[in-house]
Design a protein around this ligand. Structure first.
Ligand code: PEP
Ligand code: CO
Length: 489
């Protein structure tokens, strides 16, 4: 655990992976100055609400569904695509509420999921070796050396595209997009198979009956059952950007303050030894205000690296991706570093080992974390350990591998008396053809039909909803010990 003092820029003294080198330093400075003056994109109250919800997930009282694009593009900032993604998350969460029989917290990979870590900084296209595409807030996708040059003005564009996306998201949610009285208006795409459609409509009927009953007996309130929250998230990769939007803000008061956590300042009363200058006396903490939830990627979670340094100082709930290269000892050291006071649900551990590797890694990680006394949210990302290439060189994922990793995660957690609190998916509301399998039987030959991702392959609407039904079924099977399963809706 480190006790060195923390500031939003203390990461700059640490070694950094996936760094961006800009040729025009002056433009970088003016972009960062501009960002530092712009208002927060999210509020501390919203962050506190998410924290409270994630605490419930860590304690086994709620489930978290996180999903969205691998790489969000500025072009995705349009009404249809935002609505399609949000509706899909709402539909999936309704299915999961029914299946897991508990509230579902929704976090979208949206309004800022622009920066991508890459395994190789360069790639060769049509015989020309050029920098890899690193996300819309760094460089352009067009395969030319000019477009791939990191452009600092994209940092400011990222802010405004996030703001526009978030604005529409908030406006549509508050105007009834998520009204639980009319979930059929969330629109199932025409590609959904009849059996899934039928199951979904039966769940909707049950939800509507329940709401009607509540209304009849007078417990249908204006907020609460009529609309739901959708939180935003992205990988906190581009630390210059995150630093500019990290602000020392007053901690929210009221009910949410019970889960807010402030660490005493070094030298100001009792010190946690974390060196984070968020003073409980002043009632202020540093909040990353680019998003409600940020996570550290599997490639940037080095214990003494810049990203871990940045993340240990922010008051937001945070995620950490953990893959096969993580050792149980390092995992506990990392938790102690980013969450020295062991705040429940502050950290979401997003496991992504792959269907073939999960059984040899997850049990050891669960045991070490339990032994340490930390109570994180355990979330399964069944996407990133299951990426493969077709013989023709197309990057894809198999639905069966995704489902298998999820099922194994549930079984392993259950066997260890731990709680799998959520899933983290790459998905889109569009009818793309990027992952193979599922009820629609998409084959490798069919991939080229609508292969549109700019990074990893995503589940399409049909595959995502089908997955939600299957996972809901697993929870039901477990709860009812072989009783009513997903097929008996
Ligand atoms: C991602 O979530 O898009 C990603 C790059 O994941 P990971 O860090 O787990 O590889
Ligand atoms: Co990805």
């Amino acid at each position: 655990m480190t006790s060195e003092s923390w500031s939003p820029k203390s990461w700059t003294t640490k070694p950094i992976n996936q760094d961006v080198t800009y040729s025009d330093k002056e433009s970088v400075q003016s972009a960062l100055q501009k960002l530092s003056k712009l208002p927060p994109l999210v509020t501390t109250h919203e962050i506190a609400n998410l924290k409270r919800s994630l605490r419930n997930v860590a304690l086994g009282k709620a489930f978290v569904l996180q999903g969205g694009d691998c790489a969000e593009l500025f072009d995705y900032c349009n009404q249809d695509m935002i609505e399609a993604k949000v509706k899909l998350l709402l539909q999936m969460s309704l299915v999961l509420i029914w299946g897991a029989n508990m509230p579902v917290v929704r976090i979208a990979r949206i309004a800022g999921q622009f920066a991508k870590p890459r395994s190789s900084p360069m790639e060769t296209i049509n015989g020309q070796t050029i920098p890899s595409f690193r996300g819309d807030n760094i460089n352009g996708f067009d395969p030319t050396a000019e477009s791939r040059r990191p452009d600092p003005s994209r940092l400011v564009s990222a802010y405004f595209h996030s703001a526009a996306t978030l604005n529409y998201l908030r406006a549509s949610l508050s105007s009834g997009l998520a009204d639980l009285h009319s979930p059929l208006d969330w629109g199932l795409g025409h590609v959904i198979t009849p059996s899934i459609k039928e199951k979904y409509e039966r769940i909707v009927t049950r939800v509507k009956d329940a709401l009607r009953f509540m209304q009849t007996v007078g417990i249908d309130t204006d907020r609460g059952v009529e609309t739901v929250d959708v939180f935003t998230s992205h990988e906190g990769l581009l630390l210059e950007y995150e630093t500019c939007l990290t602000r020392l803000l007053k901690d929210p008061t009221g009910p949410s303050s019970s889960v807010q956590h402030t660490i005493p300042a070094v030298g100001a009363g009792a010190s946690s030894g974390s060196g984070v200058p968020s003073a409980s006396g002043s009632g202020k903490s540093y909040y990353a205000t680019s998003s409600h939830f940020l996570w550290i990627g599997d490639r940037t979670r080095q214990l003494s690296g810049a990203h871990v340094e940045f993340f240990r100082g922010i008051a937001n709930p945070i995620g950490i991706k953990i893959g096969p290269s993580m050792t149980p000892v390092d995992l506990v050291t990392l938790l102690n570093t980013v969450n020295p006071t062991k705040e429940i649900g502050k950290v979401t551990l997003i496991s992504r080992y792959g269907a073939a590797n999960i059984a040899s890694h997850l049990p050891g990680h669960i045991a070490a974390v339990r032994e340490s006394g930390h109570i994180p949210v355990w979330q399964c990302d069944p996407m990133h350990g299951n990426t493969r290439s077709t013989p023709g060189g197309v990057k894809t994922r198999r639905f069966e591998d995704i489902l298998s990793e999820l099922r194994q995660a549930l079984e392993i957690h259950r066997a260890q008396r731990s709680f799998l609190g959520g899933m983290h998916l790459e998905l889109t509301g569009e009818a793309v053809t990027e992952c193979v399998g599922g009820a629609g039987g998409l084959t490798e030959e069919g991939l080229s039909e609508r292969y549109e991702t700019f990074c990893d392959p995503r589940l399409n609407e049909k595959q995502a909803l089908e997955l939600a039904f299957l996972v809901a079924g697993f929870y039901r099977e477990m709860e009812e010990e072989g009783g009513e399963g997903v097929n008996s809706i």
